[in-house]
Design a protein around this ligand. Structure first.
Ligand SMILES: Cc1cc2nc3c(=O)[nH]c(=O)nc-3n(C[C@H](O)[C@H](O)[C@H](O)COP(=O)(O)O)c2cc1C
Length: 170
């Protein structure tokens, strides 16, 4: 194999433009940080394994929930529905929330993590492994509970740096 060049001549803007062409759903990752609920919009969610049931999410090291996920050892992934763009925008903003979960309706799951009302569904996870992902940490979660809450609800999508919804069948 040819040796890897140590400094690829790719700028961050070009990288973001291309990676943004990969269409995804939108999730909100939540954690119970010793009684304080934290939530972060994330589209790095991926299903990983069926046996055991594993999912992953990549969390930037400077996110306020980064260390709490490690400390709590549990988190939840809420799959957002089409009408939940304001929730995605709320939890993509940096900074502390003035009220629990910013006033977004939720309930608490078995892991203690917030589960957002009207989502498509939730995965509740125990941290299975943590891997170095550069300026992110890759948290692999073992799914300990889940619910398909709205089988007929439409998803919120993200593509090209913009929110989308599925176009109706023609
Ligand atoms: C659509 C979308 C997807 C995002 N996906 C991720 C992600 O997968 N991982 C991540 O660390 N940040 C992601 N972000 C950025 C975080 O939501 C944002 O940095 C976060 O709210 C940090 O705020 P905090 O540090 O105050 O908690 C995403 C933002 C948007 C709008």
């Amino acid at each position: 194999m040819p040796p890897m060049t140590s400094e690829p001549k790719i700028d961050t803007r070009s990288y973001r433009d291309l990676v943004g062409r990969f269409a995804t759903g939108v999730t909100v990752v939540t954690v119970n940080d010793a009684g304080t609920y934290r939530a972060m919009t994330a589209n790095s969610f991926t299903s990983v394994s069926l046996d055991p049931l594993l999912v992953l999410v990549c969390v930037t090291r400077d996110a306020s929930m980064h260390d709490p996920i490690h400390e709590a050892g549990t988190f939840a992934v809420n799959l957002l529905s089409a009408g939940q763009r304001p929730i995605s925008e709320l939890f993509a903003r940096r900074g502390e929330l003035t009220e629990p979960m910013g006033g977004v309706p939720f309930r608490i799951g078995g892991t203690g993590s917030p589960l957002i009302d009207e989502a498509l569904g939730w995965f509740e996870c125990e941290v299975w492994r943590e891997y170095d992902g550069g300026d992110h940490t890759i948290f692999i979660g073992r799914v300990v509970d889940m619910e398909l809450a709205g089988p007929t609800r439409e998803p919120l999508l993200f593509f090209g740096g913009r929110y989308r919804t599925i176009a109706p069948d023609s």
